[in-house]
Design a protein around this ligand. Structure first.
Ligand code: CDV
Length: 318
């Protein structure tokens, strides 16, 4: 059996501080049209796709930066994207900064969120980023800041999956893609398609030795996650030089075999597509990675009971 869906990864080039939401949404809609002309049913946009990557600027006054967040989805600025996608019968995943209504604690919360929208315009679900990288406080020694931990809370909602697009679909965001737990949590729910947006600066200040490996690590973690869980993975960048900071592009679509079947060739706005057979997941889920038959959760207990590394005691004879 085959269950084909043609999917687009809609890579974005830079969004500068003075670019309006409206102008960005126009770019997204232009890519939506390109995707439709390639018969796509789903378009995946990057992490924080509506604004510049604002966590690179330190602020004492978080509330003074609330204009970077959406308080509703669709928001007034994104409504034209929702309307056009529905008219065209195409679904999408969109990363954005979310400022919630006050919760039971009376507080508003800030999340790095992705919304998944079906072909008929209904919202399938939201994913709020779990692994928040970077730092909370100003670190002036860095050439630029990565203050995601100041601007966003860690979500405790985990990695849910959804029955959508005639398959089982999950989401993750940027740094999540480096953690095997991300994929396995969804793999254990039978995921067939994982959608991942990212903003990855080439320069990694804590260890610049990793700069030259950014592209390699990007592919390494997403290809491994796809293969080890028998799932399609769509990785979508906001790439290029934004506010003087160069970010990785290299958006790609990865098959359950772990092979890359489509990859961006530029660092700007670019739509890549692939015709994905969701039934291909079974080739891996029912053989080498037949979880029910071969997994040994009883010997994996550290995975959920322990956070950091606990080394064995020193050998007394040394
Ligand atoms: N937006 C991100 O999560 N970026 C991180 C960087 C800071 C390492 C990433 O994992 O790509």
């Amino acid at each position: 059996m085959s269950r084909y869906i043609t999917i687009a990864a809609a890579q974005l080039g830079p969004i500068e501080k003075d670019h309006s939401r409206e102008s960005v949404v126009e770019r997204l809609i232009a890519m939506l049209h390109q995707a439709v002309s390639s018969n796509c049913k789903l378009v995946v946009f990057p992490e924080l796709a509506l604004t510049t990557f604002f966590p690179r600027w330190y602020t004492e006054d978080l509330a003074g930066h609330d204009h970077y967040y959406e308080t509703s989805m669709p928001s007034p600025a994104t409504q034209p994207l929702f309307d056009e996608a529905k008219r065209l019968g195409i679904g999408f995943a969109l990363g954005y900064a979310e400022l919630t209504e006050p919760g039971a604690d009376g507080l508003q919360h800030r999340f790095n969120t992705t919304v998944l929208v079906e072909r008929d315009g209904t919202i399938v679900g939201k994913y709020r980023k779990v692994h928040i990288p970077g730092h909370e406080d100003d670190e002036p020694w860095r050439p630029f800041q990565h203050l995601e931990r100041r601007y966003f809370e860690e979500s405790n909602e985990g990695f849910g999956v959804h029955r959508a697009f005639d398959g089982i679909v999950g989401m993750a965001t940027c740094n999540d893609r480096r953690w095997p737990e991300t994929y396995r949590e969804m793999g254990l729910q039978g995921v067939e398609l994982i959608l991942i947006g990212y903003n990855t600066p080439i320069h990694y200040a804590p260890d610049p030795g990793q700069n030259a490996l950014q592209g390699f690590h990007n592919q390494l973690c997403m290809q491994a996650g796809a293969y080890q869980n028998g799932t399609w993975v769509v990785g979508v960048a906001k790439g290029g030089v934004e506010a003087g900071v160069e970010s990785l592009a290299q958006s790609c679509i990865i098959a359950p075999s772990g092979q890359i079947v489509a990859q961006a060739t530029t660092t700007g706005d670019e739509v890549i597509t692939a015709r994905c057979d969701l039934d291909k997941c079974k080739d891996f889920k029912e053989t080498l990675f037949n979880f029910d038959r071969y997994r040994r959760p009883e010997v994996y207990q550290r995975i959920t009971s322990q956070k950091g590394v606990i080394e064995p005691p020193e050998n007394p004879s040394n």
